[in-house]
Design a protein around this ligand. Sequence first.
Ligand SMILES: O=C(O)CCC(=O)C(=O)O
Length: 264
Amino acid sequence: MRYSRAEIEQFTHETLTSGLCILKGHFPAETLQRWDEHFRPLLTTHIERESGKQNRGSNRHYVTLPFIRPFADEAIFADPDVLAIAKNLVGKNMVMCQLAVDTPLPGSMYQDLHRDAPPLFPELGLETPPFQLAVNFPLVDVTEENGPLETTFGTHMMAREEGLKGIETGEVKLERILLETGDLIIRDVRAIHRGTPNRTDHPRPMCVIGYSRRWLFRPEVSIRIPLDAWESLSEDSRYLLRFNPRVESLDEIDTREIYQAFAY
Ligand SMILES: O=C(O)CCC(=O)C(=O)O
């Protein structure tokens, strides 16, 4: 592990209170370069096949990654520092439920301010401890120009309307998260945020790995695990992925994106 127990606790505390922590220079740039090379044709195919949908707003796409190399990489999805922080937040028996990429293309616009999950108990108007996390890491540097995520601190523990009101009055600030390739964010998906316009000529792919409480079911996301990939996983990784469907081969499955409604 790269971080001490005390540092892991500090990142945990930051995420609990602010809704987000950032691990700088955590993943090797060469690994992400390889992900990027393998992702580009998937993005092209997705755009050709689902062009009418633009499933995250205009010129903006969400693409589930196939659980094969280079993406099925324990060095990334079972990184010991990330897992230690995530387990502190959503439980030692947490699951990995999502592996995908969000990409604003040139010409994308502001998304509406949103959360990625509804509250567990909307009747109460109260927020709970965390139940779903997104670990985001870009495949290219994220600059002011290419569509940085804009997010808020502390709104994950507010009622949605209160958070939105705070943003409107200026009491809650929208912050742009600029990242270098290799940096990662661990965020509580309830923090209010939005994608911003990509004003460059190049796509800005940002990976998302979801970790959840073991009892949470998000039908929109799933990781289909080919049996040969399953066979090659460590015991710990199998435990992390235990509720995901296993398939003979990815050739047989319908890979159309079903995660369409995304803003809560
Ligand atoms: O890719 C981004 O910058 C944000 C995307 C996002 O928040 C979403 O699609 O839910």
